[in-house]
Write a protein that binds this ligand. Structure first.
Ligand SMILES: NC(=O)C1=CN([C@@H]2O[C@H](COP(=O)(O)OP(=O)(O)OC[C@H]3O[C@@H](n4cnc5c(N)ncnc54)[C@H](O)[C@@H]3O)[C@@H](O)[C@H]2O)[C@@H](O)CC1
Length: 508
């Protein structure tokens, strides 16, 4: 997992490093990383002599990094042009560039060249940016490498100006920063590369940890057990799905199909009669589950949480339930059990606050998070949630004694003890109807599989493991969005089509 620090924390470590190593040596080290990233971006498309790299240069150290990087690139034979976007610039770096590559032009003098740039290095503003500067508009299709932070992005909050410079890649220095993974940032930064510059963060507690594809893979490997081989379907895991209504017949189908596509041992469905016939057609692998069978399964679960002795090993509750007529009795019984459950959509409207023995994951989006807060007696605006998502997700985690996944372009996973993880998938295409139902199917499957939860007897899953598995499900979901978008437009059904291949990439 990648530690994430606030700008203040990065500034504090930077000050220590400057006192040890000197400011210019740090800047040169940052510039070398930036130059290497520029070369890597151009490697497939242009030889040094053909490529024109333009640096957009600002007034502070960010501009200094950009100028030193251009200097290195000029020394390696690239054509370069430095365009100063503000009246002042970093004096030593300006001199260094001028001695190797000639004079620096002002933006208005050299703006025309932007349309023939192979690559633009955005070194106007970095972590010192305050919202409100006027930023240059780049020709459509310009490839942009951001130095530390895209200009126009507030690196403390993740809020971006309308004219923010959209990057294909961002090389950020020292450490991953909160503002690079919050609010608008995932839609702005492109791929982020952290150049640590050997900064020493050992005495500083990170604000949170980012779970990316590699770290999700590592977490899954840590949790996966050898007991997986040759198991009976009941041992593999049975998911009980309580979902659907005449009003929303599709949601239950999507969750069911997603769980089946993940390879669930068995899926048992408690849905209204009129939905069951559609469901049996959409997912013939499913087996219906009536009220009595649920009571029996829950009674058996008091002796066996998983395996042949238990008819169900985990639950998914909520997709497509009509909130005016939820099957409250059945759901309340499941909430009383100690079997893991993922609760989404209308299920969130009936989940109780207070202590609970059940390992639960609630998966609200921002509006549902506000509803959960209101039910717990806390009134906040959407803007307040946007400003401080971890704080408000933590409130819900504590009030409902559950792991909470706040869904969005950046997703936050928070445990009742306040521990938290961030998943930043930037797959805007996932904002499509039914995509959340699929996440419930993926997570439901994962909670039903003992080789991931480690539930073999009566010992249930810990909140920290639940939090990590939830983050993995969110990463898989994000990757699913990206992979599907590469093939064309995204719909929930097309996401499910890609699910087996994406699961395979994560070792399933
Ligand atoms: N923090 C680190 O670990 C390191 C930082 N370095 C670089 O240093 C940068 C930070 O340097 P600075 O503190 O000089 O900050 P910046 O270079 O981001 O910019 C600060 C300058 O921009 C001006 N400014 C900010 N917002 C403005 C607005 N809206 N309108 C007009 N002017 C505005 C400020 O007045 C100030 O002059 C980092 O982003 C990074 O590129 C690297 O050189 C080395 C390592």
């Amino acid at each position: 997992m990648i530690p994430v620090y606030s700008v203040a924390q990065v500034r504090a470590v930077e000050a220590q490093e400057i006192s040890k190593r000197g400011s210019e040596s740090l800047m040169r080290a940052a510039a070398s990383e930036l130059a290497a990233a520029a070369e890597a971006m151009l490697a497939q498309t242009a030889s040094p002599t053909d490529a024109l790299i333009i640096g957009l240069i600002g007034p502070g150290n960010n501009g200094g990094d950009g100028l030193y990087a251009l200097t290195e690139l000029a020394q390696r034979g690239y054509q370069t042009l430095a365009l100063q976007c503000t009246e002042t610039g970093h004096p030593e770096a300006l001199k260094a560039y001028a001695s190797v590559a000639g004079t620096v032009k002002s933006l208005s003098e050299g703006e025309e060249a932007l349309s023939s740039a192979s690559l633009v290095i955005d070194a106007i503003y970095g972590i010192g940016y305050r919202t409100g500067a006027q930023l240059p508009k780049l020709p459509a299709g310009t490839r942009v490498l951001a130095c530390d932070v895209p200009s126009g992005l507030n690196c403390e909050t993740g809020s971006a100006d309308d004219d923010v410079l959209l990057a294909e890649r961002t090389v950020t220095f020292g450490a991953m920063k909160t503002g690079l993974i919050s609010q608008d940032a995932p839609l702005v930064t492109g791929e982020i590369q952290v150049a640590t510059l050997d900064f020493d963060f050992s005495s500083i507690t990170p604000e949170t940890h980012l779970v990316d594809e590699n770290s999700a893979q590592e977490l899954l490997n840590v949790h996966r057990s050898w007991r997986d081989a040759g198991r009976h379907k009941y041992e593999r895991g049975v998911l009980g799905l309580i979902a659907g209504s005449a009003l929303y017949p599709g949601a239950a189908q999507l969750t069911a199909r997603a769980a089946v596509a993940c390879g669930v041992g068995l899926l048992r469905t408690h849905v209204p009669e009129e939905v069951q016939s559609l469901l049996s057609l959409a997912a013939p692998e499913t087996v219906p589950l009536d009220d009595e069978q649920i009571t029996e399964a829950l009674s058996l679960a008091r002796r066996h949480l998983h395996g042949r002795g238990a008819k169900i090993s985990a639950w998914a509750i909520g997709p497509g339930i009509d909130s005016r007529t939820p099957p409250t009795g059945v759901i309340a019984n499941v909430f009383d059990s100690r079997q893991p459950a993922v609760i989404d959509a209308s299920g969130l409207e009936v989940v109780p606050t207070g202590p609970s023995e059940q390992p639960r994951v609630l998966t609200p989006h921002a509006k549902e998070l506000r509803m959960l807060l209101r039910r717990a007696g806390v009134s906040v605006t959407t803007e307040e949630v946007r400003q401080d998502p971890i704080r408000w997700t933590r409130w819900v985690a504590l009030a409902y004694n559950a792991v909470v996944l706040l869904k969005g372009p950046t997703s936050y996973v928070v445990a009742p003890n306040g521990a938290n993880l961030v998943v930043c998938h930037a797959a805007a295409q996932l904002a499509t109807a039914g995509s959340g139902d699929i996440l419930t199917g993926i997570l439901g499957y994962m909670l039903s599989d003992s080789s991931l939860t480690g539930i073999y007897g009566l010992e249930t899953v810990s909140n920290s493991r639940l939090m990590e598995l939830t983050a993995c499900a969110a990463v898989i979901h994000g990757q699913l969005g990206r992979v599907t978008a590469q093939q064309g437009t995204v719909s929930a059904s097309r996401l499910i089509d890609q699910l087996p291949a994406v699961m395979k990439d994560f070792g399933f």
